[in-house]
Design a protein around this ligand. Sequence first.
Ligand SMILES: Cc1cc2nc3c(=O)[nH]c(=O)nc-3n(C[C@H](O)[C@H](O)[C@H](O)COP(=O)(O)OP(=O)(O)OC[C@H]3O[C@@H](n4cnc5c(N)ncnc54)[C@H](O)[C@@H]3O)c2cc1C
Length: 412
Amino acid sequence: MTDRKILKTQCCIAGGGPAGVMLGYLLARQGVQVVVLEKHADFFRDFRGDTVHPSTLQAMSEMNLLESYLERPFQKTDRLSVVIDEKEIPIADFRHLPVVAPYIAMMPQWEFLNHLAEQGRDMPGFTLLMSTQAERFVETNGRVTALEAEGPDGPVTIEADLVVGADGRDSVLRDQSKLPIKDIGAPVDVYWFRLPRQSGGTESLGRINSDGMLVMINRGDYWQCALPFPKGADEQIRAAGLQAFRERIARLAPILADAVDELSSWDDVKLLTVQVNRLETWWKPGLLFIGDAAHAMSPVGGVGVNLAVQDAIAAARILGAPLRDGRLSDEDLAAVQKRREWPARTTQAAQVMAHRRVLIPALSQKSKVHVPFALHLFQWVPPLRRLPARAVGMGVRPEHWDTRLDRLADAA
Ligand SMILES: Cc1cc2nc3c(=O)[nH]c(=O)nc-3n(C[C@H](O)[C@H](O)[C@H](O)COP(=O)(O)OP(=O)(O)OC[C@H]3O[C@@H](n4cnc5c(N)ncnc54)[C@H](O)[C@@H]3O)c2cc1C
């Protein structure tokens, strides 16, 4: 039997996604000893949140990370529109937002994570353990004091003042904690797939007609496509056959008529089972949840990554000094929830409204689709397009970084 290795740190984070890596990096910047565990050997996974919004880009600029981040390949989206029965209607214009980067940066999530991991590599307090899967937390006298994990060299226990569950929507730590979850539910699931893109052509993101809805994200030489459908209809759609699926996509977006043959099997189509839920309490003594583990979001608005990063920034700001100075209290953990619960709740409420008012009607059209009056307004009055841009691009309560927190670390 392999001996269990014991590590000691101030903060141990389960999950190397946007929430976990950002939190680990920002805590290390403040002089906190951090260990981040990621169960995979690398960050390379397709079709995760790739939409980095202006609010997140702004925070990265405040961290002096933006310039080097944008050296990686990305596509810039500064306007969004929807095509309803071949009529294009502009709905959002990000160019007027008062931020350094007024656009959505479409960049694969592994680039975002690799960038942060590279920045962290030279920081003495930052340890990222890949291929290391968190299995359970250890509780002593009602307080979480350690995390047990399985790494490439065998079992490891990481003793820490704080364990953070940033292990995503299927969090094992959340299951173990038995903290109550409010399940809001979602009426749709989504297929994700990619199709080759010729240069030129439409930049439009949403296409709606009597075949449903298709979201097309320009990724340079390919389209990243999302096709929402009523929850539970996956089996029925697959039973109708791949050819029927291809034909439906071609009817939704005639520009893809030639490209759809690239879908050679259902393996090319990834199913995202949409969940919308949140923990009622995000913490217990010695343990905190952030990101999708605290609140799984609908894909509407592409906000998941951004909320996860904003949670991490807020948590790092609130917890950095108490962790570093060994005076972390339950009040600090409650303060993180207090700060971030409202943005998560408000965003989820907006997503639920979008499910009811936009997605469900778009998916149940059987004949000609009529353009709602409100959308005509965006076409006739261009300044109105700034409102959805602000709601999506900046979100609710965008978080900021203050480099004076880094200086505290220098002085410590
Ligand atoms: C198909 C798909 C498409 C999406 N598209 C978008 C989009 O366009 N825009 C957007 O903003 N959001 C999108 N999202 C949502 C977005 O990816 C998430 O909201 C965001 O990544 C949440 O970040 P997180 O760090 O909280 O969790 P995650 O990104 O889920 O990260 C959790 C990490 O923890 C690791 N992990 C899990 N369990 C363990 C364990 N036991 N031990 C160690 N490591 C563990 C996982 O491997 C993962 O790396 C999409 C999600 C999916 C699935």
